[in-house]
Design a protein around this ligand. Structure first.
Ligand SMILES: [Zn+2]
Length: 390
C-alpha cells in the first residue's frame, strides 16, 4: 500500500494546505483549497457539500463543516475520516518551508500542522483510493470547523449529515501516539459568591466578605486533596481555579466575587463527585462566615459540560480495524488514553465509535511546531489501509 502513495503530491498538498489561512470560525480559504485538491483527486462535485451544520454553529462563523461522501465500490458499512480545518491564532501568516525530513515555519509563527497534516493525510488517502481504483466501502470525509475554540464543528454535526457512518477515524493531535481510545471529560464552571457590603472601617462587623468565603473554600479543597491533581481512591481527575474577580473599592467589604475554573476526569462518575465536593465546600464556607446580625453569605454555581469522557473497548470494530491496519503502515499497534478533549469525544458521544491517530505533527500551538514528513506519509498509508482493508 505504501508504494501506492504519490509522495510528491502528498507533500505538495500538505504545503499548500499549510499556506492557507483558516483560524477558528474563518476556515473559508482552507476549505476552498481542500475542495480543489479533492476535485483534482477525482472527487465528483456532487459528492462535496459545503457549509454543513451551518445553522447550529456560532453566528460569527464564516463557513460550516465540509463533508464529502464517496460512494462505495463494495458493500460494507460506511467509514468516516475526520480532521478539523482550523488552526490556532499563533499560526496566523505561517509560511511553511521544508528542512530535511521536516516542515517548519519560516518566521515567528507556529506552523499549523495541527491540524493540516491530518487534513492532507485524508486528502492523500482519497487521492490514492480514487486514482488506483482501490475497492472501498462508502467513505465520508468530514472536515469540521472551530475545533480549537471549543469543538464547535463536531458539536454541530449530525451523524445523518455524514450518511450515518458505522465508525470514524479522527486524525489529530501532537507527538507520536498510538490509537487514542479514550479521553477525559471536562466541566467549566462559574461560582458567584455573594457576601454583604458595608463600610470596611466604620462597620466591619456588619459585613460578610465574599473574598474570605472563597479563600476558605479553596484552602479547604486544597488541604483535603480536591485541588490540582485529585487521587481519592476511585475518584481521579483535576480541578483548577482559573480566575477570580470581584469587589469595587478598598473601603468596602467585598460582597460580589466571581470565581471561574474547570474540573476534568476520565470518568463521568468522578467528574460528578468532584463537582459535588466543590459545591459543598463553597456552600459550607458561605455558611461559615457570619456578620454581627447572624447573616451569612451564599454561593451559586453555573456549570457547562465541555465534553464527556469516553473509553472504547478493545473488541470494538473500530479498534480492531485500527490495530490490524497500523503495522501495515509501519506503525506499532497499540492504544492509549489521553488527557485532552478532541472532536472524537463528541463523535463517541453521538454514537459514532471513533479512534484518533496522529499525522506526524509535533509541538502544536508552539513556535517550534514541525511536521515529521516520514511520519506524515505513514499516516497517509494508514488512512488508505483503513479505508480499503476491512
Ligand atoms: Zn488539533
Amino acid at each position: 500500500m505504501k508504494n501506492l502513495i504519490d509522495q510528491k503530491r502528498a507533500v505538495q498538498n500538505l504545503m499548500d494546505l499549510l499556506a492557507a489561512e483558516g483560524p477558528s470560525g474563518g476556515e473559508g480559504p482552507v476549505a476552498d483549497v481542500v475542495k480543489q485538491q479533492l476535485l483534482n483527486a477525482g472527487c465528483r462535485p456532487e459528492w462535496i457539500q459545503e457549509n454543513v451544520s451551518r445553522k447550529r454553529l456560532p453566528p460569527n462563523f464564516t463557513v460550516g463543516n465540509l463533508v464529502v461522501k464517496i460512494p462505495g465500490t463494495v458493500k460494507a458499512p460506511r467509514i468516516m475520516f475526520s480532521a478539523h480545518l482550523d488552526t490556532v491564532p499563533i499560526c496566523r501568516g505561517a509560511v511553511p518551508v521544508k528542512k530535511g525530513n521536516r516542515i517548519v515555519p519560516k518566521g515567528k509563527t507556529a506552523l499549523g500542522g495541527d491540524n493540516r497534516a491530518s487534513v492532507a493525510a485524508i486528502v492523500t488517502m482519497a487521492d490514492t483510493v480514487l486514482r488506483n481504483n482501490l475497492p472501498h466501502p462508502p467513505l465520508t470525509l468530514l472536515f469540521p470547523v472551530g475545533e480549537e475554540s471549543g469543538l464547535h464543528g463536531a458539536k454541530a454535526f449530525k451523524p445523518s449529515e455524514g450518511g450515518n457512518p458505522a465508525m470514524c477515524f479522527n486524525l489529530d493531535g501532537s507527538g507520536e501516539r498510538g490509537g487514542v481510545i479514550g479521553a477525559l471529560g471536562a466541566i467549566r464552571w462559574i461560582a458567584e459568591v455573594r457576601g454583604k457590603s458595608v463600610h470596611a472601617a466604620v462597620n466591619p462587623e456588619g459585613g460578610v466578605s465574599s473574598a474570605v468565603i472563597a479563600a476558605n473554600a479553596i484552602a479547604e479543597l486544597k488541604k483535603e486533596g480536591w485541588f490540582g491533581r485529585i487521587n481519592k481512591g476511585a475518584c481521579k481527575g483535576t480541578a483548577n481555579v482559573g480566575t477570580l474577580s470581584g469587589g469595587e473599592v478598598d473601603n468596602q467589604v467585598m460582597d460580589q466575587l466571581k470565581v471561574t475554573g474547570e474540573w476534568r476526569s476520565h470518568s463521568s462518575a468522578s467528574l460528578k463527585k468532584i463537582a459535588t465536593v466543590w459545591k459543598k465546600a463553597f456552600e459550607k464556607a458561605a455558611r461559615g462566615i457570619k456578620n454581627n446580625q447572624g447573616e451569612c453569605g451564599s454561593v451559586e454555581f453555573f456549570t457547562a459540560s465541555d465534553y464527556r469522557s469516553f473509553r472504547l473497548k478493545n473488541n470494538e470494530p473500530v479498534v480492531q480495524r485500527f490495530l490490524k491496519a497500523a503495522p501495515k503502515a509501519g506503525r506499532k499497534a497499540y492504544t492509549e488514553v489521553i488527557s485532552a478533549g478532541l472532536d472524537a469525544n463528541i463523535f463517541n458521544e453521538i454514537g459514532i465509535p471513533t479512534i484518533t491517530f496522529d499525522a506526524g505533527n509535533h509541538n502544536a500551538h508552539d513556535l517550534n511546531e514541525y511536521i515529521d514528513i516520514p511520519r506524515y506519509l505513514e499516516a497517509c498509508t494508514l488512512a488508505t489501509v483503513l479505508a480499503t482493508e476491512g
